[in-house]
Design a protein around this ligand. Structure first.
Ligand code: PLP
Length: 384
């Protein structure tokens, strides 16, 4: 068995920047320091970097380049989409639909809007973390101005049926806007706003080996939203503030790498996950699979019964293996995962849950090593 310095299986929390990203960030920081709003040549060079990345993202999403607005990450894109639509269209209605298992960026944006007088319906989920189309159908009404749902769940990898969701929204109320949080799927699974009839879509750079603090919001041309900030008029006044050009260039480089290798990366992630899950189930007893079998290829959530997830996490860390007890946003808080709670998983199974998330950098040898270490550590903890 080879010796590994470090095995990183927390790629849903963040990823290691790829060499292409580091090169692009370095190049722009050293050579292209102009302000894209400046009229001189250095400004134009910076503007070109921004246009280049917006073209890359637009071509992956199969949308127009001028429909991409850069943000400081997924959280800001989601806040901008949800609050921006709600505040701009409140005269038409005050009803928003989301789900109980969304990322806190969406959940807390909705909670903030409740304080502004909006009414939010939270779709429940089944045991696999999926929503019911009948439930959605029953909830869409004349006053519904927005449905905001994620594509891939960050804790379980559950994939929402967005094609059916989009068709249902537009059939029931064509004036309802549809926002997709594609932070966990962009680059990894096909993301096409047109397939889903989505009007807005959020992405983040650091989940695809790009820089932290980078992201973008797709807004279909013709959809009006209120900005969160006011300032110098950048990004057509939708997201003012001098653009993070080096980060944007890094995001473009990372997105290009993913799109050039999409089939290969997908197969690699799927192979790693299958090998990991079958290895764990074969070698460790009393394990509950919390992710659906047909989930995203890079995320799996498992409960190791009679073992505290947090304790196991730290034992694995001592072996150089990095995993997570749930989403990175929860893990420093004491509360139980709202996603697993919504799936009606028992409290003891939630406390013994760990999330493993893979990247194309991981190898089969790493997976086999982790399975071996997991089995040994679980056995030891169960003996105590
Ligand atoms: N949405 C989902 C599904 C996520 O997993 C995350 C991050 O974990 C976010 C939104 C927030 O993205 P960011 O970290 O870029 O703010």
């Amino acid at each position: 068995m080879p010796d590994f310095k470090e095995i990183y299986l927390d790629n849903s929390a963040t990823t290691q920047p790829c060499p292409e990203c580091i090169l692009a960030v370095n190049r722009v920081l050293t050579e292209t320091y102009g302000n894209p709003s400046s009229l001189h040549n250095l400004g134009l060079k910076a503007e070109k970097e921004k246009i280049k990345t917006s073209k890359i993202i637009a071509s992956i999403l199969k949308v127009k380049q001028d429909e991409i607005y850069f943000t400081s990450g997924g959280t800001e894109a989601i806040n901008l989409a949800i609050k921006g639509i709600a505040r701009r269209h409140k005269k038409r209605g005050n009803h928003i639909i989301t789900s109980q298992v969304e990322h806190p960026a969406a959940l807390y944006s909705c909670q903030a809007l409740e304080k502004e007088g909006f009414h939010i319906d939270y779709l429940t989920t089944d045991a696999e973390g999926n929503i019911s189309l009948e439930d959605l159908d029953a909830k869409i009404k004349k006053e519904t101005i927005l449905v905001s749902l994620m594509h891939v769940n960050n804790e379980t990898g559950t994939i929402f049926p967005l094609k059916e969701v989009g068709a249902m929204i537009k059939k029931k109320n064509p004036t309802t806007f549809f926002h997709v949080d594609a932070v966990q799927s962009f680059g990894k699974l096909p993301c096409r706003p047109s397939f889903w009839q989505a009007d807005l879509l959020s992405i983040s750079g650091h989940k695809i080996h790009g820089p932290k603090g980078t992201g973008a919001l797709y807004i279909r041309n013709g959809v009006a939203i209120a900005p969160l900030f006011h300032g110098g008029g950048q990004e057509k006044e939708i997201r003012p503030g001098t653009e993070n050009i080096s980060g944007i260039a890094g995001l473009g480089a990372a997105a290009t790498r993913y799109s050039k290798n999409s089939t290969e990366f997908y197969t690699q992630l799927e192979t790693l996950k299958k090998r990991f899950v079958s290895g764990v189930l074969k070698n460790i007893s009393e394990v509950k699979l919390n992710s659906p079998p047909q989930g995203a290829p890079h995320i799996v959530n498992l409960s190791f019964r009679s073992v505290r997830g947090e304790v196991l996490l730290h034992l694995l860390e001592k072996e150089g293996i990095f995993v997570s007890t749930g989403s990175a946003c929860h893990s420093r808080h004491q509360n139980l995962s709202h996603v697993l709670l919504a799936m009606k998983i028992s409290e003891s199974d939630i406390r013994s849950a760990l999330r493993f998330s893979f990247s194309p950098y991981n190898t089969i040898a790493e997976i086999d090593f982790v399975v071996k270490k997991l089995a040994a550590n679980v056995k030891e903890l169960r003996c105590i």
